[in-house]
Design a protein around this ligand. Structure first.
Ligand code: ZN
Length: 181
């Protein structure tokens, strides 16, 4: 079921998401299904549960770059970034957008690689190092679990530049082209 995506300005998006309990397995499967469906309908590559109003520590990612032969898909339950950078603390800049901040994009500096632990939808534990595009999306989605938007990382000059656009979203004077609330 496609669910409406919460937009910037909604207080729920600033909440700290809580751990998912394994006992809630059935509901989580349904939630993950809905999250993929909602994300695909909105043409996104990542979505945190809180973005559809469920403040649980869970996000989904689906990157499908045919030309570059790059595919990365998964559901990440109770994720934990155990290491933020590679040994050289390599920071990289790249353009980001967010389904909760429609019509906007900005360059954000993030770690080139992260080591993440998480449970998949079968409650199997994983720990793996990600780099490049996958690491960027993981860090972006992980931020949502702490109520943080990519726009929070921008310096004052960029914050000031994009503030009018953020105001328009907050006033709901935009049409993202997908189901939202
Ligand atoms: Zn986002």
């Amino acid at each position: 079921m496609i669910r409406p995506i919460l937009l910037y300005g909604d207080d729920i998006l600033r909440e700290i998401s809580v751990e998912v309990s394994p006992e809630s397995k059935h509901n989580i499967e349904k939630l993950i299904f809905d999250m993929f469906e909602t994300m695909h309908a909105a043409k996104g590559v990542g979505l945190a549960a809180v973005q559809i109003g469920v403040p649980l520590r869970l996000f989904v990612v689906d990157i499908n770059l045919k030309e570059e032969n790059y595919y990365f898909r998964g559901a990440f339950i109770n994720p934990e970034i155990v290491e933020w950078t590679g040994p050289e603390r390599n920071l990289v800049k790249y353009t980001e957008g967010c389904l909760s901040v429609p019509g906007l994009a900005a360059i954000v500096e993030r770690s080139e690689s992260v080591e993440l632990s998480w449970y998949d939808e079968k409650w199997e534990f994983h720990q793996e190092v990600f780099s490049g595009y996958a690491a960027r999306i993981i860090q972006h989605e992980y931020d949502h679990l702490s109520g943080v938007f990519y726009t929070d990382h921008l310096d004052t000059m960029w914050q000031n530049l994009i503030q009018p656009s953020l105001d328009l979203i907050e006033e709901r004077k935009i049409e993202p082209g997908y189901s939202w609330k």
